[in-house]
Every structure is written in structure tokens, then in C-alpha cells.
Design a protein around this ligand. Sequence first.
Ligand SMILES: Cc1cc2nc3c(=O)[nH]c(=O)nc-3n(C[C@H](O)[C@H](O)[C@H](O)COP(=O)(O)OP(=O)(O)OC[C@H]3O[C@@H](n4cnc5c(N)ncnc54)[C@H](O)[C@@H]3O)c2cc1C
Length: 454
Amino acid sequence: MNFDAIIIGAGQAGPPLAQSLAKHGKKVAIIEKNHLGGTCVNVGCTPTKAYVASARRAYVAANSSALGIEIKGEVVIDLKKIKQRKDALIQESRKGLEKMLTDNKNITLIRGEAMFVDNHTIEVNSKQYSASNYFINVGARPRIPEGFNEVPYLTNESILELEEIPDHLVIVGGGYIGLEFGQMFRRFGSKVTILEKGEQLLKKEDDDISALISEIMNDSDVEVKLKSNCIGAEKYKDYIEVTYNCNATTEKLKASHLLMATGRTPNTDNLGIKNTGVILNPHGYIQVDDTLKTSVDHIWALGDCNGKGAFTHTAYNDFQIVNSHLFLSPKRFLSDRFTCYAAFIDPPFARVGMNKNDILKRGLSAKVSEIPMKDISRAKEMGETTGKLKIFIEADTDTILGASFIGPGADEYIHTIIDQMYAGASYRTVRDAVHIHPTISELIPTMLENATKL
Ligand SMILES: Cc1cc2nc3c(=O)[nH]c(=O)nc-3n(C[C@H](O)[C@H](O)[C@H](O)COP(=O)(O)OP(=O)(O)OC[C@H]3O[C@@H](n4cnc5c(N)ncnc54)[C@H](O)[C@@H]3O)c2cc1C
């Protein structure tokens, strides 16, 4: 069968692209081997943020005596009910996507695993299809280090199927996925230990930010063991023995459950890429140019599988970039994008653009402004004073280079900075703005009055 376009993967970029192609009169096939919506809807953003919300309610219910609120009696965590709520949210999204894709007469939804036969042909369920253009949106999956084959470990997918709260959850990996699950399950009542091989949590962040993240984990009663090398695990009858630090004396932990949060690997290995001219980088990500075109002129790669972002907003922006090159003006480019992301721990951490490490590496001349959460009235009134706001400014141009925020609501008001960066505005625009009192972002203009040399 021939199509104008074939999209492989119905994650975060594929469905909006299918819709746009169809709107422009193109005959489109979209192929999905698993659930519609991909990682974000089924085993990523939606379920984890639903769990984070339950975990916060549990925490607030049990920890409000400092604000004069006592709950007499036990706070009961019902993981089955938490899971049911999450499953309902997922179903709603899947159904919405299914309707959107199947109601459109220009779109054919094909269920199955796609594999390239050559540059112009793919095979799904032993049938061959061809198209003028291909769009690869196959995402990524958990990367599991060697040596864990014999152990019943959990991933971000299987942990979300649990109906009973683990007694002792050991998490390998101190990135944002490990931190979110760690704090959440501690709040659900598990003992939680995070083993991180690096010297700090969130290894890409500045050391002051990582120190604050450690403080948040410590305050949450999550045990963190940094510099944990040669981590291994063995299954015993009713527990998993996790070993680490094999240099001097090997340390041991008895875990009821083991979660591997050790990074992601792109789903490009079973795609028949070797039958095409598409080039992968040494980590298996598809090489793309600034318009997300691969080394083959009619094949594009969007979302996590191109290694240019690992988030839903970057996958969706990939759709916007490709869509602009197909149908719109002005064109959009990958190089126009500022990196931004959040770790949805409590309080959240949010980041845009460069941090101190990036600025020093590039040898840029910069100024920095910062204020601790404990100096902000609204944070004090809320009784949530862990964190800080930190903004970097380029000394020569006065434009904002980046910001790192930790504090209640930081994942929302980081956008005041993101928008200024996209506007290419001087930091003075924000400095001279009047913000509402009492809010945390009220202090952003004030702190910018005191920028000092980095
Ligand atoms: C635990 C966790 C929490 C997360 N939380 C957040 C968050 O809060 N915010 C955020 O922005 N991001 C978050 N992410 C990341 C986000 O989920 C991903 O970046 C996003 O889903 C990537 O979208 P994508 O379209 O590239 O790929 P995916 O969403 O993974 O979709 C790819 C699709 O392709 C399908 N597929 C793969 N190979 C084939 C094939 N050969 N044939 C047919 N179909 C195929 C897959 O089944 C899948 O449905 C989280 C991720 C995890 C794991």
C-alpha cells in the first residue's frame, strides 16, 4: 500500500503530525506497536504526575501540624485506588487519541511493529507499505546495565503496576526519574534508598543545586548513597540483596523491590535501520540536522529517538519544527530551542538554558542573581522555605542565559524566564516589571537588581 506519509510511533510527535498532514490532504499511515500516546501518556509524565499528586496529598495530610492542622488518626495510603485513578487518566488520553486518529478519513492507524525493508519500504505484520516521506517517532525505553538478568527488577513501567506498597524500595540511579519515584514511594510509606554512582544527584546541575536536591531528599527521609560503584543484586527467597562499593568492604542492602532508573535507550535497534541510509550515532540515536531530517532526504526523526531532547515538550516541539518545514512560514529550527525541564519532586526543581558549569565551559562573561527561598515572604507564609532562585545574565548583551529554580511552584514561574529568553529581551525587562505580592515570583524583579559578576 502506498501513502504520502508513514509515521512510525504514536507517541508525542506522531499524532499531531498525522493530524496536520491529514489536514493538508495527505494520505497518512501511523503505526503503533503498543499503546497510543507512548511513554508520556502510559508510563511517563501522566502516571508519575498523578502519583506525585497523591503522594503530596498524603504528605500534607500527615505533616501540617506546624501550620496548626492536626489530623487525628492514621493517614491511609490506598495504592490500588491511586493506581485506578492513574489508569483512568491514561485510558482517557488513549481513547482521545484513538478517536482523533480513527475519525480522520485521511489517517490509517496500523497496529504492529514497523521495520524498514529499504529506504522506501516498511513491513508491519508481514505486510509491506511505502510512502513518499517517513517520520520516525519511536521513543526510548529503560536502559538496564549488565548483570541484572537474574533479578526481578522494576522499571518505570512495572512499578506503576504495583498494588501493594514496597517495604524497602532500592532505586539505582539519582536522575529525575529516580528522585520522583523515591520521594513519592517514601511518602506512600516505603523505606527508600537511592544508589547513585556519581558524586551528586542530578549530575548535570551545578553543585549548589544538587546540594539542595540532596537536602530535599534528606528532609523527605529518603536515604541517598552517592559514589555507589559496582552495584549488583541477587535474588533470595523473599528479598533482593543489593550490593555496592566493592572496593574495600562490599556494602549490602536487603530490598523488597529494586527499581532501575539508570537512563534510557532509543528504540532504534529493531527498526531495520541498517536496511536504510539513516545514520545512528554511537549511542543508537538517529542523527538529524537542524530541521530534523536524517541522512536520507525523505526520512525524518522526531522525539526521544533523535537524542536532541528527552521530554514531551521537546518531542512536541520536534513536531512543530517538522510541520513548519512541510507547511508553514516562518520555518522553525532545532537550534532555536532553549533546553528546559523540571524534576517534579516537592518542592520542584526547574531549569532553563545554561547553568554555571555551562557558562564557565563556554568562557562567557556573565552575571548572576540569586535569592534563597527563606528570604521570600510567600515561601515563609507557606512554611516551605527550601530552595532558591538563580538567574544568569550575559554581561555583554544583558540577555538571560539561563535560570535554575527550586521552590514551591518553580515549575510554573520558570516560564517568566523562558518567555523572556525566547523574546531575546534584556534582563532589565523583568527587573523593571511589577509582580503581584505576595508571590514567589514577586522576588524575581527584585533579585535582578543585585546581579553580581559570576
Ligand atoms: C518515568 C518517566 C517520567 C517522565 N516524566 C516526564 C515529565 O514529567 N515531563 C516530560 O516532559 N517528559 C517526561 N518523561 C519523558 C517523556 O515521556 C518522553 O520524553 C516522551 O514520551 C517522548 O515522546 P516520543 O514521542 O519521542 O516517544 P514515546 O512517547 O516513547 O513514543 C514512541 C512510540 O513509538 C512506539 N514504537 C517504538 N518502536 C516502534 C516500532 N518499531 N513500530 C511501531 N511503533 C513503535 C512505542 O510503542 C511508543 O508508543 C518521562 C519519562 C519517564 C520514563
